[in-house]
Each structure stands twice: as structure tokens, then as C-alpha cells.
Design a protein around this ligand. Structure first.
Ligand SMILES: *Cc1c(COP(=O)(O)O)cnc(C)c1O
Length: 451
């Protein structure tokens, strides 16, 4: 890796060894979540290699990965213990089908996740991406009710501003208009209930007051609709994709009580929040709440391989346990429980244990509060907030195109930011040092000045 900070103002990417990849990628690769025409003016960033918190392009220019590459690389890039675990697994078993067969990584990971998860979530169902985990949970919930003689329970409720993935079922419980509108005719008819956004706590009201009002609204909704609602799905504590919306843990406590009372499953989508991101191993832990289904993905392999896992309660699992094949859970996926991915996830859990990551993060985050203070008090910074290792704020400006301009200005300064609308956030690798965090905050202040 090259040493030293990239000089501010270095032209982005369209230089030397990078340039060959830009046009080839634009021609051949359809990039996700992207208006491809925008890349006529904003160059793609070709990445040749990465190590720790740094991505590096083909010219040796480094970019600090302040968003853990879309929230997956918990320990930065190339964590040696995870890499070694995958290498060892490669020599034993790269893949075997999981229908009718089993293997050590799938079993060990399931046992370890169940032991760590809140409540009694003793049954692990594997997939390869977050959206599939959502699909599986929705199908499991409806099918479990059907097996229990409640076939009318087929709808779902999610919170305003929710994000649970972008396949059709997942998108139908996702409340992000940009992602939904073109596909609206294809989506299931689900309900949206108010989100207890802590930013609504103004005029003497606390986040707990906001949470109580939102829970009251949930109670009213469930009172009326519980006979047709199978599950409530939530992103516990922090809604990621709609802009790092944070809320009080008391909402989850009430949501759990209400779901139990009205016979509705609680699905905790911990795809982003899980594995320490919000300060506890799982966000549900902070509320002391056990969901009926818990969804895991993103950080589960530390950014090495695609994997998702749905953890189901004994009660849901039991609803399928029968002599009749049609009462079994019917969902097939070729790469279900891939041994390499499961082995990587086991290595991630080992890192959490061996490095006492949760405690180390807690100490780090409190030091970072002091380091971030000058950024937080910048006159254009609004609603600066932190939950665990998620830091976010809004930029107070009327100028358009904040996200794109901040992204471009970040690249010029050697930092990767991907703001959501006017919300700038850091979701850094847990291995980011205090010095690197200070540099990230300094560069971000320069960028906020420009916005
Ligand atoms: C990213 C995300 C998903 C979807 O995961 P993919 O692997 O991108 O399909 C679902 N829920 C939440 C909360 C997420 O952050």
C-alpha cells in the first residue's frame, strides 16, 4: 500500500492505469442503484486492492472506506483471520448442497448464532443476501399462520421509511418512494405505521415520548387489523437506507408486547444493525427484546462472501414440523449454507470474542464523540447523532444535489462518503483508528463548507 494522504484536489480517477477500466466497466457492467448516465461526468472508481480501512485504485491512490463498503466490511478489508479461515475451508469443502446433506460450517454457525441471539431463536435458515432473508421471513410468517389454521393472516406492517431490500416481497415492506414507485403495480398491499424518529423530539418532548406516540399508533393499527396481519417487520433502533433514522429502544419493548398480545410475529431485520453496529451485538439486545424471526446478513462474513441467515423461534419452526411435505417450509436456494461463507462468519464471531469487539467499540465511540465535536458544531450541521458505530447528520443547505457533490468532494479528499439525500453518515470499519477518524472528520468539515 502507498503511504501518506492523497493531496486534496487530486483529480478523481481518470488518470493513468485507472482510465482503461472506466469505459470498459461503463460498457459492460450495469452498476447497482445507479443512473448509468451520471457516469458520463462522474467517473467510476476502479479499485485494484484494499487493506484495512483503505481502498486503493490502480494508480495507488487511497480512499478511506468510511461506509465499510455498503456496511459489510466490519473489520475493514482483508482481515487476516477471516481470510485464513476461508483458505482453510477451501482446502476441505467449497460447497455441498444443504438439502438432505449437512456440513460442519453450517452446523457450527447455526449453533453459535442461536447461542448469541436474544431469546430462543434456535433454527437457522440460510440464504445469500439480505433481500432474500426478508423474503424468507415473510413466507415463513404467513405459512406458519396458515399451518396454525389462520390463513387470513397474509399482510405485513412496516415502519414509515423502512428498508428491507428490493426484491418484490421485500420492496413491498420498504417505504422508500424512489425504490418503489416504478414497481408499485407489482407489490403486495402492506401497511405502514409511524416511525418514532428521535428528531421529532422537539419542544420539550423526549425520544421516549415520540416512541410512546408511535407505539400507540401501532396499538391502534393492530387492534383493528390483527386478524389479517401476519407480522410487523422493523429495523431495530436505526433505519439505515432511509437516512440513519434513530429511535428510542422503548419502542421495541412496546412493539414486542403488542405483537405478542395481538398474535402477530415480530421480525427484526438486523441486516444492517447486527454484529455490533448499534453498540450491542444485536440492536434488539439494547431493548432486551427477542423477535420471532431475526434477519442477518451484511456484516455476517465481514465483507468476504455473500451470506444471510434467518433465525426462527421454536414456535415458528414447530408450526412446520409435520409428516406432510406441503406443511414444510418450501424455499430452495442453490447456495444455501455455503461452507466458505459459513466458515467466514464463524471467523467473524471468533474476532468478536477474541478482541472483545463490543467493549472496544464502546470505548472508541466515546473518544470519537470528543473528536467529532468540531464537526458536530459546524453551523451547517443539523441533528448530529451517533448510535454505536453509526454517526450521521443533515446538511443545512438549500443547494441541490448534496449527496452527489459530497460524494465527489469526498473522493477528491481521499474519503468515501455516500450521503443519502442531505444526510451524511459514517459507518466505518470498527478498526478505524482515532487518528483516521479525526482526519475523516476534518475532511468532512471541509466538504460541509462547500455544500
Ligand atoms: C441492506 C439491507 C437489506 C438488503 O440486503 P441486500 O443484501 O442488499 O439485499 C435489508 N434490510 C436492511 C435493513 C438493509 O440494510
Amino acid at each position: 500500500m502507498t503511504e501518506g494522504a492523497p493531496a486534496a484536489g487530486t483529480p478523481v480517477a481518470r488518470t493513468g492505469a485507472n482510465s482503461a477500466w472506466l469505459d470498459r466497466s461503463r460498457a459492460a457492467v450495469w452498476h447497482p442503484c445507479t443512473q448509468m448516465k451520471a457516469h458520463e461526468t462522474l467517473p467510476l472508481v476502479p479499485i485494484a486492492r484494499a487493506e484495512g480501512v483503505w481502498l486503493e485504485d490502480f494508480d495507488g491512490r487511497r480512499i478511506l472506506d468510511a461506509v465499510s463498503s455498503w456496511w459489510v466490511n466490519l473489520f475493514g478489508h482483508g482481515e487476516p483471520r477471516i481470510r485464513a479461515a476461508i483458505e482453510a475451508q477451501l482446502r476441505e469443502l467449497e460447497h455441498a448442497l444443504l438439502a438432505g446433506f449437512t456440513h460442519r460450517p453450517a452446523v457450527e454457525l447455526a449453533e453459535r448464532l442461536s447461542a448469541l441471539a436474544p431469546g430462543r431463536l434456535g433454527h437457522a435458515f440460510y440464504a445469500s443476501d439480505g433481500a432474500s432473508a426478508t423474503e424468507i421471513a415473510l413466507k415463513m410468517s404467513v405459512h406458519a399462520w396458515r399451518n396454525a389454521g389462520r390463513p387470513r393472516k397474509t399482510r405485513f406492517a412496516s415502519l414509515a421509511g423502512s428498508y428491507h431490500g428490493e426484491t418484490l416481497g421485500a420492496l413491498s415492506v420498504t417505504d422508500v418512494p424512489l425504490f418503489r414507485s416504478a414497481y408499485a403495480p407489482l407489490l403486495l398491499d402492506n401497511a405502514t405505521v409511524p416511525v418514532p424518529d428521535a428528531r421529532l423530539a422537539v419542544g420539550g418532548r423526549t425520544p421516549a415520548d415520540v416512541a410512546r406516540d408511535a407505539a400507540d399508533a401501532l396499538a391502534a393499527f393492530l387492534r383493528e387489523h390483527h386478524e389479517t396481519v401476519a407480522a410487523l417487520i422493523v429495523e431495530p433502533l436505526v433505519q439505515g437506507a432511509s437516512g440513519m433514522v434513530m429511535y428510542d429502544a422503548s419502542y421495541l419493548v412496546r412493539a414486542r408486547e403488542l405483537c405478542t398480545h395481538y398474535g402477530v410475529h415480530l421480525i427484526a431485520d438486523e441486516i444492517m444493525t447486527g454484529f455490533g453496529r448499534t453498540g450491542t451485538l444485536f440492536a434488539c439486545d439494547e431493548a432486551g427484546v427477542a423477535p420471532d424471526l431475526m434477519l442477518l446478513s451484511k456484516g455476517i462474513t465481514g465483507g468476504f462472501l455473500p451470506l444471510a441467515c434467518v433465525l426462527a423461534s421454536d414456535a415458528i419452526y414447530g408450526a412446520f414440523y409435520d409428516d406432510d411435505v406441503a406443511r414444510g417450509f418450501l424455499h430452495s436456494h442453490s447456495y444455501s449454507g455455503n461452507p466458505l461463507a459459513c466458515r467466514a462468519a464463524i471467523a467473524v464471531l471468533d474476532v468478536f470474542r477474541d478482541d472483545d469487539v463490543i467493549a472496544a467499540n464502546r470505548a472508541k465511540a466515546s473518544r470519537w464523540d470528543a473528536i467529532a465535536a468540531p464537526l458536530a458544531s459546524h453551523p451547517k450541521v443539523r441533528d448530529f447523532r451517533r448510535r454505536g458505530m453509526i454517526i450521521a447528520f443533515e446538511v443545512g443547505t438549500d443547494r441541490p444535489d448534496v449527496a452527489r457533490r459530497a460524494f465527489a468532494a469526498g473522493l477528491e479528499r481521499g474519503i468515501l462518503l455516500r450521503p443519502i439525500g442531505r444526510t451524511v453518515y459514517f459507518m466505518p470499519p470498527y478498526t478505524l483508528t482515532d487518528d483516521e477518524f479525526a482526519r475523516l472528520c476534518d475532511r468532512t468539515r471541509e466538504i460541509v463548507d462547500l455544500l
